[in-house]
Design a protein around this ligand. Sequence first.
Ligand code: F6R
Length: 256
Amino acid sequence: MEIIIQPTPEAATDVAAQIVAQLLRQKPRAVLGLPTGSTPLLLYRELVRMKLNWRGVTTFNLDEYTGLSPEHPASYHSFMRENLFRHINIVEKNIHIPDGMTGNVPAFCKEYEKQIRRAGGIDLQILGIGADGHIGFNEPSSSLASRTRMKTLTVRTRQDNAKAFGKLTQAPHHVITMGIGTIMEARHCLLLAFGKKKARAIAGAVEGPITAMNPASALQLHPKVTVCLDEAAASALKMKRYYRWVFDNKPNWQKF
Ligand code: F6R
């Protein structure tokens, strides 16, 4: 794992944006895995500002609430449209987001996995992390080998996400999410986390034992993971000084 600690969310986002931009320049037909939530907002804004060419790019979103139509203002379809897709030249048919309205969840999930495989697999999977260590919506106790399926959100995650719905009672209980096994097949995972609220989850994911109680800790088994953090999210890491030294002293050939 490469741990990159920057003073602010903006600076950590700049590093992440460079990684995405470099991939899109090197591989115009790249396949990206995308998250929603507050964490990637700055990244999407920066990617829009960079005016990259998205014409050949294919995207797969991590998750969607069940029971929400793509037009629902709190759906992840709406989120992606508003924050990224309507500002870039991506081709509509290359956008994939789980269908929260599917009448057959298992069949849909199987097909989503097939679509990822048919696209050649995910080159770069961008991830946020929940305060409980979830990636996608693989909540603590999720199988570390899980595939795309329906999951039940914890009370804490529903509370964290409730503001988009006005009040907690309106927040859905269920989502369709890529599994941890699905995420682990991406060729490169880029995890972003900002703020003190994420510090414990990050410490567990990076330096803790690999455990289903912190699903992001499964990333320790992945051959290529980059973690971009601000100071607050990095604050509980024991080896901060080492990570900083490694990043500041990278040989030129490793720099992007
Ligand atoms: C959303 C997703 C989630 C979020 C996580 C953090 O598509 O996959 O894992 O990344 O819940 O959410 P924020 O960024 O809102 O703190």
